[in-house]
Design a protein around this ligand. Structure first.
Ligand code: NIG
Ligand code: FE
Length: 420
């Protein structure tokens, strides 16, 4: 097998390794127990891939020879590496003054219309150099990694010119190259109408479709394409044009949908076979059905729900009833969700949206992988997946949703190698 160099700093190894001596929460659907858990389980990896999972007592003899590295997890819980499938960690400045004003009674939409909101972060981000953005995003990324995050999605969307969108995406790639974490990028040029196109949103969409998207795709800078469908952003017809252009370039799509009102965003995303539709507080039953039929993942963002002071939670019961997979993410951004802890998002999803602890943990593992189109690669502890894993100093996986901060991974592995 060819050596793999997917993540910086990992040594190429051919050694077998085994993790054993605790609860293996595989999060795999195929294992009927809650959390796909195996008591006194074991995971064996070869060349960074999971080669065997089961009860320790059943570990095959070929993993029991002298060259195998044995990791005794000491009664802890082993889970897949966590996946934050929706972030905007690259931005300049902050919006704490807007936060204060909103607590004083101004709505998120009113702040956006008054020139605060996304456009104020756009001005700051345009003024920042690539080095500035790398330097300010790095501690946010490291904070996410401290929670056991081994894969993170990062969006552009605060540049809104060709130069500044590509600048953001290059920073995202650099963050991935310089840290022991997988980074997937989304082009979010359709995040807001930039000031130079005020009142000419369609002309800006032309620019995205004809220039920004092809340039980002041909430079290999974006893995996916995202957009914001909302009255303060883009109409469904405009999003439709962006998505059709993405499809022509072979890029998967995802959508910020139905966050502030039911705009039919979930159904629009589903009609394009989107990997995910995100936010979804106002999604209708018809939107949920469309997502179920298309296999579109619902990405729930409790940090944004809490920060904008929303009162209508997403239709969790309908997602359950129709079998729509629910992911959970931080939405880390300076305006609607200044949240840089994925474990806190897990807790908030349980407390605010009433996800069960098991659903919330599946939301940052198995279903988050699906929201990034990476189900075959990561998200569960199953044979053939990358050996991205976290050892948690807890007795039961539900504790990852229970504690409000305070649980720190004991060890983190990417492709079987320590990521610390
Ligand atoms: O996911 N909804 C649109 N975009 C971001 C917010 C961006 C901002 O307020 O800066 C979100 O909530
Ligand atoms: Fe977002």
């Amino acid at each position: 097998m060819e050596p793999r160099h997917a993540v910086k700093g990992l040594l190429v190894t051919t050694a077998n390794a085994v993790w054993q001596g605790g609860v293996v929460a595989t999060m795999a659907n195929a294992i009927a127990a809650p959390y796909g858990a195996i008591e006194d389980g074991a995971v064996a990896a070869r060349n960074g891939r999971i080669a065997w999972v089961g009860r320790r007592a059943d570990l095959p003899a070929d993993f029991a020879h002298a060259e195998t590295i044995i990791h005794d997890i000491g009664g802890c819980v082993l889970t897949p590496g966590l996946i934050d499938c929706h972030t905007h960690v690259i931005f300049a400045g902050d919006r704490s003054a807007e936060f204060e004003a909103r607590l004083g009674g101004i709505s998120y939409e009113a702040a956006a219309r008054a020139g605060r909101g996304i456009l104020s972060t756009v001005a700051a981000t345009r003024a920042a150099t690539e080095a500035d953005l790398f330097a300010t995003a790095s501690p946010r990324l490291r904070r996410l990694m401290a929670d056991g995050v081994t894969t993170v999605e990062i969006k552009s969307g605060y540049g809104l010119t060709m130069t500044d969108e590509l600048k953001m995406l290059r920073v995202a790639r650099a963050l991935g190259a310089e840290n022991r974490v997988r980074v997937r990028t989304s082009l979010l040029a359709a995040h807001a109408v930039p000031p130079e196109y005020a009142g000419r949103a369609d002309a800006y969409v032309d620019h995205i479709v004809q220039e920004v998207l092809p340039a980002a795709a041909h430079a290999g800078l974006c893995d996916m394409v995202d957009a914001f469908a909302e009255s303060i952003a883009f109409t469904n017809a405009q999003v439709d044009r962006v998505f059709r252009a993405a499809s022509r370039l072979g890029l998967p799509v995802k959508l910020h949908a139905d966050q502030l009102a039911d705009n039919g965003g979930a159904a629009l995303a589903a009609s394009h076979g989107a990997l995910s539709a995100d936010h979804l507080e106002y999604t209708s039953e018809a939107g949920v059905r469309a997502m179920a039929a298309a296999g579109t993942v619902a990405v729930l963002l409790p940090g944004a729900y809490a920060t904008v002071g929303a009162s209508q939670p997403p239709p969790v019961a309908a997602f359950r009833a129709h079998g729509v997979p629910m992911a959970v993410a931080t939405d880390a951004n300076p305006g609607s969700s200044p949240l840089v802890s994925l474990l806190m998002a897990v807790n908030l999803a349980a407390c605010l949206f009433r996800l069960t602890p098991e659903e919330a943990l599946a939301g940052v593992t198995r279903h988050a992988a699906a929201a990034l189109g990476l189900s075959a690669e990561i998200g569960t502890l199953e044979v053939g997946r990358a050996a991205d894993m976290v050892v948690w100093p807890v007795r039961h996986p539900r504790e990852l949703a229970y504690w409000m901060g305070g649980v720190c991974p004991q060890a983190v592995y990417i492709e079987g190698q320590s990521a610390r």
